[in-house]
Ligand binder design. Structure first.
Ligand SMILES: [Zn+2]
Length: 509
């Protein structure tokens, strides 16, 4: 673990964003080697605040086979992302995390300094002042070496569950899960509990479909109703998401300022929210962010792989997973012991063997599902409780890995590339052609080094440089399995009561 003295100045850090489990700070200090880094701190319930709400699993997600969160365990959290998820998703897509020591005085002054910047709605939790380790990571909303004169646009998508279950292990009264995706059903529950005021138009099945029109539609829906599933950053600063900001973001970074001026002249005052590209001749207008994003998501293997892993690792459905869980639980015990990183790694390796995942990436969806089901080696009619206990445990861990992948985010970072030398390379259309950039951190202990692989894509007559990274890959807890079951049943039954089985199948329209 690194002790990096240059980092321990409160003034060098600025509040960036936070989720339920972590707060992210951006480095704004003078040392150029940290210019594109962020610091990730864990959150904890405030002593006087309300307890963790049901359904929130993030806060304790760092426990590894131990009730107390030790420094060792935290270092293991970064191992979980890089080794376990890296093995499943491909290490080139997984963000690097470097564990850094956090002196207590630095941490408490830092917590105090950022408090005014935090949104009211998140303040029921604060920076966990007991943590002695934080994580330094690359700021994936920016490039290590950005092209001069161009803005960097980053889009963070929380895609959620990208599959409709085909599991033969599904309970009969849960059959709706074959037609409506978890996200769409959950929307109704969120309205009931007041978590959301209106339904999202987004459906993950469209985003994961691999079909251009559906992917484009899913992104447009995210722009319309972003909820917490879409965020926009320009040069590392978060911007509001709406049709106007998304459309203008590339215009602002375009070198063809002339075109932008033309747009402004044509636009009468008072109509600023209109799409400035509407009415443009389709071939001559500049690329829209959502169009470029669609091409990137179709060309990169990440989304397809993520969806297949989510589904393959959740082959038995939560009902069967909970049956295993209940069967393995010793009498009087609260929950099963939490898996170690090594146990998760074994699980991931065994899954890759069982499914031949790498080969299956080229199969069509139907063949993938059939092979995945056959690979299990048992069927719903079998006496499931008589399966070897080690195997039952293995499937619970597979399910937990799926839960991590259902909850991660994808960051796509894009910049217009005006250098002419690039055009020929982009024309080859080779996804694997990448230009690795490195950033060496000069530190007193160790020498952590971040690197990023950027790719090029041609859209219409323009060339873009992009990178795509998976973030928020926290391990999920064994003790959450009963909560997962409870939540799943509540979502399904609420959906059936309020909506029923009358809407079109997700991804079919
Ligand atoms: Zn859906």
């Amino acid at each position: 673990m690194a002790t990096i003295l240059e980092l321990y100045h409160v003034d060098y850090w600025q509040y960036r964003a936070e989720g339920n489990a972590n707060i992210v700070l951006q480095y704004i200090g003078p040392h150029s080697s940290f210019r594109t880094t962020v610091l990730r701190l864990r959150k904890a319930n405030r002593l006087d605040g309300p307890g963790t709400r049901e359904g929130e699993v993030g806060a304790g997600g760092t426990n590894f086979g131990d009730e107390t969160i030790t420094m060792k365990n935290l270092t293991k959290e970064s191992q979980f992302a890089t080794e376990v998820i890296g093995l499943l998703l491909g290490s080139q897509f997984v963000e690097q995390l470097i564990a850094v020591a956090l002196p207590p005085e630095f941490l408490s002054s830092l917590a105090k300094a950022i408090e005014p910047s935090r949104p009211e709605s998140r303040r029921q939790k604060g920076v966990d002042l007991a943590q002695s380790v934080g994580f330094l990571a690359l700021d994936h909303t920016r490039f290590i070496k950005p092209a001069p004169g161009q803005s960097t646009v980053a889009v963070e998508i929380k895609p959620k569950w990208g599959f409709l279950t085909k599991s033969a292990f599904l309970r009969k009264d849960q059959d709706i899960k074959r037609r409506k995706c978890r996200f769409c059903m959950y929307q109704h529950q969120k309205i009931k509990t007041g978590q959301e005021g209106g339904l999202s138009k987004y459906c993950p099945i469209e985003l994961f479909s691999g079909t251009e029109l559906l992917v484009q539609d899913a992104l447009d829906s995210l722009v319309d109703t972003p909820q917490n599933n879409l965020r926009l950053f320009v040069d590392g600063k978060e911007q509001p998401v709406n049709k106007n900001s998304i459309t203008k973001v590339f215009l602002a970074s375009s070198t063809s300022n002339q075109l932008q001026e033309q747009q402004q002249q044509r636009q009468p005052t008072g109509m600023k929210d209109d799409d400035p590209l509407d009415g443009e001749d389709d071939d001559s207008r500049p690329a829209k962010l959502t169009e470029v994003l669609t091409q990137i998501l179709l060309e990169s293997p990440l989304l397809k792989r993520l969806g297949r892993l989510q589904q393959g690792l959740d082959s038995l459905d939560v009902e069967t997973i909970h049956r295993f869980y209940a069967h393995l639980l010793d009498e009087g015990a609260d929950h099963l012991p939490e898996p170690t990183v090594e146990a998760f790694l074994e699980t991931a390796e065994a899954f890759m063997d069982r499914t031949d995942m790498n080969a299956m990436m080229t199969e069509n969806q139907e063949t993938f599902e059939i092979q995945n089901a056959t690979g299990l080696g048992f069927e719903p009619e079998d006496e499931l409780e008589e399966l070897p206990e080690a195997l039952q445990l293995h499937f619970i861990r597979e399910f937990l890995l799926s839960a991590t992948l259902k909850d991660c985010s994808i960051l796509v970072t894009i910049q217009r590339d005006d250098s002419t030398a690039v055009l020929t390379e982009a024309a080859t259309g080779n996804w694997m052609s990448s230009r690795p950039s490195r950033s060496r951190l000069e530190v007193d202990v160790g020498s952590p080094e971040f690197h990023e692989a950027s790719h090029r894509i041609k859209f219409k007559d323009e060339v873009f440089v992009f990178k795509i990274t998976c973030i928020d890959l926290d391990p999920k807890k064994m003790s959450s399995v009963p909560m997962y079951l409870k939540k799943d049943r509540a979502i399904v039954s609420h959906y059936l009561v309020t909506v029923g089985d009358r809407e079109p199948t997700c991804g079919s329209n």
